[in-house]
Design a binder for this molecule. Structure first.
Ligand code: SF4
Length: 299
């Protein structure tokens, strides 16, 4: 696999992963890592699960981001805070229509995940992103740009959508935003660390941007945005940029892993991963199909 020579194309409207073509995304690799059988239900059988409350909040923060930076790339001003928050609320309501709110609120641990408080969280985070994070991005070059990367020597391509690529302090920086229910690990000690699946996603974006722009990005950043609230106190939006260190070896390992995943998919090998923490009726929407009612246990 010659990563540096990978041909690349930009997709105006990228095909859905279950449209029958062999292309993979970093999120597919993440799903596969959690459970190959879960990947099969989603991508081979095309069984989409309804979004959860967290997905609706994430959608709300992300959707205006692309509009904002693409406006700036086109030479205009971008969205002001009011327009940004309004676009976030619209995006939330569209996604929220598909959320099973009764299921979201049905668990004692999730009492805060009703529709109204989720909308509040979404708009608070979107406002915070627009006012505190977006101004630090530098000069945007690409936003929500689909890049399809055909990797020589393989039968598949890699499909990437980096949130924003910008020129900042003389270097190309790839930034991706993650909304979270809590602060990233390490925040108290002053050394926040990215989730591994998020870091892998940035490694893929590094390769895609390198092939598309002809230059290796100088920095990969994850912008974590979350809400913290002391008991009885007001909800407080927060964010932190976390650097993802990545080298050529990380790219090679990623491509090898995707190729191994591809070969198992071609061979029809989709083992259950019952050691996965989310393998339970509560957290895996495929449980009743995969394990069966009255069969197996939440290990
Ligand atoms: S129930 Fe468990 S083994 Fe089955 S798809 Fe879900 S996570 Fe995988």
């Amino acid at each position: 696999m010659e990563a540096a020579n990978a041909p690349v194309s930009v997709l105006a409207d990228a095909p859905a992963p279950d449209a029958g073509q062999v292309h993979y995304s970093p999120s597919q690799l993440s799903t596969w890592s959690k459970c190959p059988r879960r990947w099969m239900y989603r991508y081979t059988l095309g069984l989409r699960l309804p979004p959860g409350a967290a997905a609706a909040v994430g959608k709300a923060v992300h959707e205006p981001q692309g509009k904002h930076f693409n406006e700036i790339i086109a030479g205009r001003d971008g969205l002001d805070t009011r327009a940004y928050v309004a676009a976030a609320a619209d995006a939330f309501e569209r996604e929220a229509a598909d959320v099973d709110w009764a299921a979201e609120a049905g668990d004692g641990d999730n009492r805060a995940l009703d529709r109204g408080s989720s909308l509040d969280r979404a708009t608070l985070m979107a406002r915070h992103y627009r006012e505190a994070v977006a101004p630090t991005v530098g000069t945007p070059l690409l936003a929500e740009q689909g890049i399809e990367l055909a990797v020589p020597g393989t039968e598949w391509s890699l499909l990437c959508y980096p949130d924003v690529v910008a020129r900042q302090d003389g270097e190309v920086v790839v930034r991706d935003t993650k909304t979270a229910g809590k602060a990233p690990d390490g925040i108290k000690s002053g050394s926040p660390t990215p989730k591994r699946e998020h870091a892998l996603q940035l490694v893929a974006y590094r390769l895609a941007v390198q092939s598309f722009m002809g230059t290796v990005p100088g920095r990969l950043l994850l912008d974590y945005v979350w809400i913290s609230a002391r008991k009885g106190g007001p909800a407080q939006p927060n964010s932190v940029p976390v650097v993802v260190p990545a080298a050529d070896d990380d790219v090679s390992l990623l491509l090898e892993d995707i190729d191994l995943m591809h070969r198992q998919i071609q061979a029809g090998l989709f083992p259950r991963k019952r050691t996965e923490m989310t393998c339970s009726p509560r957290w895996c929407g495929y449980w009743s199909r995969c394990i069966g009612p009255g069969r197996g246990r939440d290990l």
